[in-house]
Design a protein. Structure first.
Length: 153
């Protein structure tokens, strides 16, 4: 038996833009279906929003997303993630973690994903990995990028 997991992100109207941005970072095949494609009348405000979106790359990277309908409860107040004295301080309930085998491949993802992002911890060598960094992207999603190869300090 094989089990996989895919992070599913919930947006408030910009899921399509986020998925297209992530495709520019990770590559892969993008599927986007709007509420209107499932029969919602086109004149309703949510008809053009994403009811199902998924990005799947040959590398194994996969992420899904949708736009919460406008009648959904409002999102909680935004949280901020910071690093202080070696600790990650956050009120967020999840981060998206991406690992790669070499600093070169992870650094290339970092360079793209950091466009318009708020840097929590700059990508570079860490006591536990040859490369580690944390950022909150322009869509409010916090990402951890890490080199997964063994580290000899």
């Amino acid at each position: 038996m094989t089990i996989t997991t895919t992070t599913h992100l919930n947006f408030r109207g910009d899921a399509r833009q986020a998925l297209e941005f992530y495709q520019s970072v990770f590559g892969g095949h993008l599927t986007v279906v709007a509420y209107g494609d499932f029969g919602m009348p086109k004149e309703l405000p949510d008809a053009g929003k994403v009811v199902f979106g998924q990005l799947t790359a040959e590398t194994g990277f996969s992420i899904a997303a949708y736009d919460a309908p406008s009648q959904s409860p409002a999102a909680a107040a935004p949280t901020v993630t910071t690093r202080e004295n070696g600790l990650t301080l956050t009120g967020e309930r999840f981060f998206v973690a991406v690992g790669g085998e070499t600093a070169e491949e992870v650094s290339a993802l970092w360079d793209k994903l950091s466009d318009g992002a708020e840097i929590v911890e700059k990508f570079g060598p860490a006591p536990f990995a040859p490369g580690f960094g944390m950022l909150t992207d322009r869509f409010g999603v916090t990402w951890i990028l890490q080199v997964t190869a063994a580290y000899n300090g």
